[in-house]
Design a protein around this ligand. Structure first.
Ligand code: ZN
Ligand code: ZN
Length: 182
């Protein structure tokens, strides 16, 4: 495991600045790794569910090298500075969240500000199980379908069956984009 300062340097480079999200995110994931007994491990069997698509997500990338593209980080965009670390074989692990109500004043050095709290003061922890569907696991795709409407190849069981047809989500529910004529 990187030291906190090594991870913060990476996070500053990757994320573009040091902020409370980087400081809390690194401390949270490293606290979680220690709870999992993975501080000296290669994290081969770890999956992290991050509950915000903001700064804290980049802190997890920087501190661990795990990414969404490698299917080791899952986004649950619930707007919370919280995450769950689980063993992807068993689904067992820990959920951590920020319980400390104070936030640093705008001109404060956030690394120094948060350093006044211990991990136990900062984070709530509970033991959790997460049911990970087979299509969400790392490795080669287990499911591949073709959309009967647009012909797109759809991986990972993200297609739906509707009135006897196999459809991608955009053809089934309407696309998330609007085409603009040039
Ligand atoms: Zn930030
Ligand atoms: Zn389609």
């Amino acid at each position: 495991m990187l030291t906190f300062d090594e991870a913060l340097t990476r996070a500053e480079h990757y994320h573009g600045h040091i902020c409370s999200g980087q400081v809390l995110g690194i401390r949270m994931i490293q606290h979680g790794l220690r709870l999992m007994g993975l501080e000296n491990d290669n994290l081969r069997d770890l999956m992290v569910f991050v509950e915000s698509d903001r700064c804290v997500l980049d802190a997890v990338y920087a501190a661990t090298g795990l990414t969404m593209g490698r299917r080791r980080v899952k986004l649950k965009p619930h707007g919370k500075t919280a995450m769950s670390l689980v063993d992807l074989n068993t689904g067992l692990g820990f959920r951590l969240w920020v319980k400390c109500p104070d936030f640093p004043p705008p001109d404060a050095d956030c690394k120094t500000w948060w350093a006044q709290y211990t991990d136990d003061q900062l984070f709530g922890v509970s033991k959790v199980h997460i049911a990970i569907p087979p299509e969400d696991l790392p490795g080669r795709p287990k499911y591949e379908a073709e959309c009967d409407a647009c012909g797109a190849s759809v991986l990972d069981n993200r297609h739906v069956e509707q009135d006897g047809r196999t459809l991608c989500l955009d053809c089934a529910n309407g696309p998330y984009w609007t085409e603009v004529t040039p």
